[in-house]
Design a protein around this ligand. Structure first.
Ligand SMILES: [Zn+2]
Length: 248
């Protein structure tokens, strides 16, 4: 396969990025990010693997694209606060809007976490994680929803799902949200670059997360801090084993 990025981006020359500084890990700076266009950025050391996977997918007739890559903590905070205050809807596993008027703060927080990461704890902060779709499989006149039915066997992205399940791992990617584990909902569009994410998973610990949240202007802060150990276990580290750590 032809190299589409220079050799100095090769996987063997990335020792500097095995550790992200805390500000990078928690989405508060973007020095580790390369922007592919105005809105989509990915980790500099994911560029090559992404380009190679995209090229292979293109050759198989799938125009692979990134709907969402790097996301700042500020962006995640805006998503969080808009759901917490009721400006945006909170959905349940069946995709129905939840009536939050009778929920406790703790219940509201766990309801939001089903689909939205806690600011500071999103894997999208790392630049290793991307939400993907196929531009040529999106039916004319429709808008990408990032909902599981689109990626299911009778959905428009079914060929993408089967291609990724066969080939993404050979480019270093896997699905951390491959199934529902009583925490985060399944996300068949969310890929993670395992060689780097394996390190960052270890670095994002509870202490760092608490220090980060305390600095944020986040709604529900006291309750989030109170239940942070539960949130960490149920919604942050409760993902598929990174195949690298699992010895695959
Ligand atoms: Zn995602």
């Amino acid at each position: 396969m032809s190299r589409v990025v220079p050799d100095n981006m090769s996987k063997t020359s990335q020792p500097n990025y095995k550790v992200l500084i805390e500000q990078q890990l928690t989405g508060q700076c973007n020095e580790h990010i390369h922007y592919l266009n105005e809105t989509v950025g990915i980790h500099k050391n994911v560029l090559q693997a992404w380009a190679e996977m995209k090229e292979a997918a293109d050759q198989a007739g799938i125009s692979l694209a990134i709907a969402s890559g790097f996301r700042t903590a500020q962006r995640q905070l805006a998503i969080w606060n808009s759901k917490y205050c009721g400006k945006n809807n909170i959905k349940n596993l069946a995709g129905q809007n939840i009536d939050t008027s009778n929920l406790s703060e703790q219940e509201k927080i766990t309801a939001i976490l089903l689909y939205s990461a806690l600011p500071g704890a999103s894997r999208h902060h790392w630049g290793t994680d991307i939400d993907v779709y196929a531009t040529n499989l999106l039916p004319d006149g429709t808008k990408l929803q990032l909902e599981p039915w689109e990626y299911a066997s009778n959905g428009p992205f079914s060929p993408l799902t089967s291609w990724l399940s066969k080939h993404s791992q050979s480019f270093g990617f896997y699905f951390p949200y491959d199934k529902y584990r009583n925490g985060i909902a399944v996300e068949p569009w969310h890929l993670s670059y395992m060689p780097l994410a394996a390190h960052y998973e270890q670095q994002l610990n509870l202490t760092l997360l608490q220090q980060t949240i305390e600095q944020f202007d986040i709604q529900g802060k006291d309750t989030i801090i109170k239940y942070l150990p539960m949130i960490y276990q149920k919604f942050i580290v409760n993902v598929a084993n990174n195949p690298i750590n699992a010895g695959v």
